[in-house]
Design a protein around this ligand. Structure first.
Ligand code: PMP
Length: 472
């Protein structure tokens, strides 16, 4: 490694300096320090619209909105300016006992957008904290209303709900939980709505109504098995990310809502990815016609220009906390940060001014069509998802789905091959092997047909080459 000053090219010096510092000091999230030491890491320095640039000046199409975050696209001055303006006015003050205009205005604006009576907003700094907060609030709520034995939660296998210990328990990815066991007790996992590789017999999966019923009823069975009087909440994403954009079959959420109501269990819609336009609606639950008791959200709320999460809570759940002496003893120093809330308000202004929800609804079929055109490749087995949130499942044998990649093969394909190849080809997307191997796409909501064509153009040769790579 050349150290700074030894190279004639100052730009190369700077790059080498950053790599050296990263190798010695940065701990990348979910990243291998061994890989960092061996290969360094990509350094992204700039973004504009649907593209980002690395420190060597190479341009990449951001087909993942960073990490399901940058709804309004990169480089939006009007969002940055509002944050700077707020920073000058009041750079920090807590919302512990105090309020400040941006947090108050944003809470009111979110309540206005939210379905049903989700009128109360508890801010966090991100998604894991939102999930953590919702579980704590559900437990506290039941204690306050005289059902103190209700503390358990039900979520789906392979689902991702965050990394803090409570949220990690709700997360259904075994490999993510096992290094930290014993973790928070009380979380149970049920069937996903994966119709491509269903947990149910073919005749049930083939009939959407029967499949919806079977998936929803697995929640009821878990409630019964655990003891209904002990279950506090069910946590579900509108479209499940981990495993590859599993959409709900028609009628699934209506039945889940009915089951939750029958057993007095709260329904939490974890919309850390699915809210703020990802599915063409402000909240993902609106797309599927259900009203949850809480919505957990983060990511797209600020388009990533500042960190912020929000739990939207129904009047019914908030009501017992309006009694004198009843306090939700939970808070986070930076939650509802004035700069983040101002940024979120500016972001929502962009949503309105540019009709980002309308853009997603107008163009989602086009995106899907582009990705479905890749089904002519032998490695692409399934294309699924909704809105600007799609996944391509990669298969070993399209004619016989039961012939699957082993975990080792999947990891070699995804981490060893496709991850670096996609990046080299100039696209930011996610090659994921938490279940079957998938490519996940979640472009900024400002993207249109031109961007979709660019995604297809980049993916096609890389996926074709991956097939040759694994077979030859
Ligand atoms: N819930 C869901 C559905 C998520 O997708 C994520 C993050 N991808 C989280 C929770 C955790 O959010 P964060 O990374 O902001 O803590």
């Amino acid at each position: 490694m050349t150290s700074r000053g030894e190279n004639a090219d100052p730009q190369a010096d700077l790059q080498a300096d950053l790599q050296a510092k990263a190798r010695d000091h940065l701990w990348p999230h979910f990243g291998s320090l061994a890989a960092l030491r061996a290969k360094g890491l990509p350094v992204i320095t700039r973004g504009e619209g649907c593209h980002v640039w690395d420190d060597q000046g190479r341009r990449y199409l951001d087909a993942l909105a960073g990490l399901f975050v940058v709804q309004a696209g990169h480089g939006r001055d009007e969002i940055v300016e509002r944050g700077a303006e707020q920073g000058r006015q009041l750079g920090y003050f807590p919302i512990w006992s105090y309020g400040h205009p941006p947090a108050i205005e944003l809470a009111a604006r979110l309540a206005e957008h939210a379905p049903g009576d989700l009128n109360r907003v508890f801010f966090t700094t991100g998604g894991s904290e939102a999930v953590e907060t919702a579980w704590k609030l559900a437990r506290h709520y039941f204690k306050v209303i005289g059902q103190p034995q209700r503390y358990k939660v039900i979520s789906r296998t392979r689902s991702y709900h965050g990394t803090t210990l409570g949220a990690l328990s709700i997360t259904g990815v075994t490999a993510l939980r096992s290094p930290y066991e014993p973790i928070t007790p009380g979380a149970y996992h049920v069937a996903t709505t994966n119709s491509y590789r269903s947990a149910f017999p073919d005749e049930i999966t083939a009939d959407p109504e029967a499949f919806a019923k079977a998936c929803a009823d697995s929640i009821e069975q878990a409630i019964e098995a655990e003891g209904p009087e002990t279950v506090a909440a069910v946590f579900l994403e509108p479209v499940q990310n981990s495993g590859g954009s599993f959409t709900p079959p028609p009628g699934y959420f209506a039945r889940v809502r009915e089951i939750c109501d029958r057993y007095g269990v709260l329904l939490v819609s974890d919309e850390v990815i699915c809210a703020y336009g990802r599915l063409g609606h402000m909240f993902g639950c609106e797309r599927y016609g259900y009203v949850p008791d809480m919505i957990t959200s983060a990511k797209g709320l600020t388009s990533g220009y500042a960190p912020l999460g929000a739990v939207l809570v129904s009047d019914r759940i908030a009501e017992p906390f309006t009694e004198p002496g009843v306090v939700f003893t939970h808070g986070l120093t930076f939650a509802g940060h004035p700069v983040s809330c101002a940024v979120a308000l500016a972001n929502l202004d962009v949503f309105e001014r540019e009709d980002l929800l309308g853009n997603v609804l107008a163009h989602e079929d086009d995106l899907r069509g582009r990705m479905e055109s890749l089904l002519d490749l032998p490695i692409v087995g399934d294309v699924r998802g909704a809105g600007y949130f799609l996944s391509l499942e990669l298969v070993k044998d399209k004619a016989n789905k039961s012939i699957k990649f082993t975990q080792q093969e999947s990891s070699a394909l995804i981490r060893g091959h496709l991850g670096p190849k996609l990046y080299e080809a100039g696209i930011i997307c996610r090659a994921d092997d938490r279940g079957e191997p998938v490519i996940q796409l979640a472009p900024p909501l400002v993207m249109g047909p031109e961007g979709f064509a660019e995604i297809e153009k980049i993916l096609r040769p890389v996926l074709a080459e991956a097939w040759t790579h694994i077979n030859g």
